[in-house]
Design a protein around this ligand. Sequence first.
Ligand code: GLC
Length: 463
Amino acid sequence: MSSYHSTLLACAFLATTTLLPAQEEAGNPLDRYIVGVKRDVSKENPRLQWFNDARFGMFIHWGPYSLAAGEWNGKKNYGEWLQVEAKIPNAEYEKLSAAFNPVKFDAKAWARMAKDAGMRYLVFTTKHHDGFCMFDSKYTDYTITKFTPYKKDLTKALAEACQEEGIQFCTYYSTADWHHPEAPAEYMQRGFHGAPNPNADVKKYVKYMHDQVEELVTNYGRIGILWFDGGGAFRTGPKKLNNEERSEVLDAENLVKKIHARQPWCLINNRLGAGADYGTPEQKIPPNGFGPGISWESCMTMNRHWGYNKADKNWKSADTLIRNLVECASKGGNYLLNVGPTGEGEFPPESIQRLADIGKWMRVNSEAIYGTTASPLAFVPEWGRLTQKGSTLYMFVFKSPKDGKILLPLNNKLKSARVLGQDDVKVSGESSDAGITVALKDIKIDPAATVIALELDGKSVVK
Ligand code: GLC
């Protein structure tokens, strides 16, 4: 049986299992980020396998706003929300779009940088809230191919480069749209539209959206995720819709069906209001994950902006970014790390440096990230974090305790231990009634995290 058919079968199976709405599980302050995700209590969603194994992806926010580099009329704190925040009418914003000519864009270099950093998927803004299409579309002229001197379909170039590098290519698509003439301002956050049309017909806009999403899942090869955004930006306009009303207006169930008719494996995040495979905490890592059966991905920026802002120098260190990745993995989630390229089509040097540093760490330690599941412990240890895979337990040591000893309250016997990247170091570990004690003597602690792999006598059993 082909994997295509087994995926289809698996999806059919999923549809018949008992699903509980995630929001029924109380107690996690970030639960709003998993609204709509179904907790599958009987079986993991097979479509999610690659995603849960990947753990690390690249987000790219890129569009005409990148050309402004965060600056408009002397103010320097803008990003991809430039059009709304500076209240720019379409006629003026279109000048920016028409000047978008990223001659330095090199799809292969971008895909390679993602791969070298250890990222396994890439989510690209094919259309952000400004409505500008970074892909070729027959349903509008407001595209990279028809509205700019650049003319080439850079989404296609990026999709192909990712596919060549073995990275899952994924498309971000905004449901909110400040530019399309049929997108009513009353649905948009802050009631904004760049050229409000009192006769706008939301049904026509929704048809446009469905048609474009069909283009994305038809013309760009395999799509790993349809990453919808603007759930809030669409819902919280003067019209004030609740989640169900938004799904209805967007005809979300049918949109998901259309996507799966073309690409049954394609994941849908939870910002459309239907068919959600996983949750999307933003700029935050949930303190304890969301428990079994809920997949999630924290998307975060490297500085403070998603879209390129040249004045923003609030860069997180590479060590912080690595620890964020570890933090997500240790809680059973993914880390989607953003890059905001310049209007000319280059990654900022600070991002390039950080990606390279992360890659260096990943080349030594990635086995403790890929294909792992959350820490078996119910508490977050002071010395660092844990992940596991089969009978291997990975310790990410952030700082060594004073006596250099770490006690893991496990019932298992320790068979062997090794420090990743430090083959010459012998780690001593001892099993006792209290658990397994690992001695860190002679181990060099990496400022990001040093990883110790413990081979246990079976899957970890916590005391
Ligand atoms: C926020 C921003 C939006 C960005 C998204 C990424 O919702 O408003 O512009 O694309 O985060 O998750």
